[in-house]
Ligand binder design. Structure first.
Ligand SMILES: Cc1cc2nc3c(=O)[nH]c(=O)nc-3n(C[C@H](O)[C@H](O)[C@H](O)COP(=O)(O)O)c2cc1C
Length: 210
């Protein structure tokens, strides 16, 4: 790649990251803090599961950016079958932590976002077979938007574990047609020097055929 082509691609990535931070809805969500956004590829490469958090609140503006990023995700037939529950109550966070034996960190986080999928299509009432795919894309956007803002987060699974789904449903009064996909605790990383795992495996790549 030439130097100018490389610069162009970096700029495109920076614009993409800025758009993600600003929110993809037409009414804006402009960045007001004047901070230089990180470029999109750096954010993707830096994301790692963060399970220990500082005892510090996350501003509502930062949470809104996570939710705006979530709703920028691609979604089959543009059905947008997602619902997000923002939980800050300490007792509820402790209950969510207890619902997943690999979710103890939820109780230590200042907040969690519970991503739920609508199993039915709003207009027709027909099953929506793509809900978990769309909600997974939304969840990844939350994780990336957290990294972009210097926050840490981790996907903790409710779906497909029936016992966790039932527990989360009960704790948060989620109606039957919606399924909690995951609980994402969010906070400022207790160890900001933690590095992502190196998961690059060229052997996973196939040329033309498997
Ligand atoms: C579908 C899914 C479910 C996960 N569930 C949990 C979980 O319940 N508890 C947890 O600590 N991490 C959970 N993780 C995080 C993974 O353990 C983590 O992504 C993986 O170890 C790779 O590490 P990295 O995210 O730092 O790259 C989950 C991730 C995914 C995608």
């Amino acid at each position: 790649m030439t130097k100018s082509a490389a610069m162009k691609s970096v700029n495109v990535a920076a614009v993409a990251a800025a758009a993600l931070l600003a929110g993809c809805s037409q009414d804006g969500g402009r960045q007001s803090d004047g901070e230089q956004p990180k470029d999109a590829l750096s954010v993707i490469a830096e994301r790692t599961s963060v399970r220990r958090y500082e005892n510090r609140e996350v501003p509502d503006e930062a949470v809104e950016k996570l939710l705006r990023a979530a709703m920028c995700a691609p979604t089959a037939v543009n059905l947008q079958p997602w619902e997000f529950i923002v939980v800050k109550d300490k007792t509820t966070l402790a209950q969510l932590a207890a619902a997943n034996r690999y979710g103890g960190m939820i109780a230590q986080a200042p907040l969690a976002i519970v991503v739920c999928g609508d199993t039915l299509q709003e207009a027709s009432g027909q099953p929506n077979k793509w809900w978990m795919l769309d909600c997974s894309a939304a969840t990844e956007n939350i994780l990336l938007a957290a990294t972009a803002q210097g926050l840490g987060a981790v996907w903790t699974a409710a779906y497909p574990h029936e016992d966790r789904i039932a527990a989360v449903r009960k704790i948060l009064s989620i109606p039957e047609r919606y399924v909690p996909l995951c609980v994402v605790p969010v906070g400022y990383p207790a160890d900001p020097t933690a590095r992502p795992k190196d998961k690059w495996r060229p052997s996973k790549i196939h040329k033309e055929r498997f």
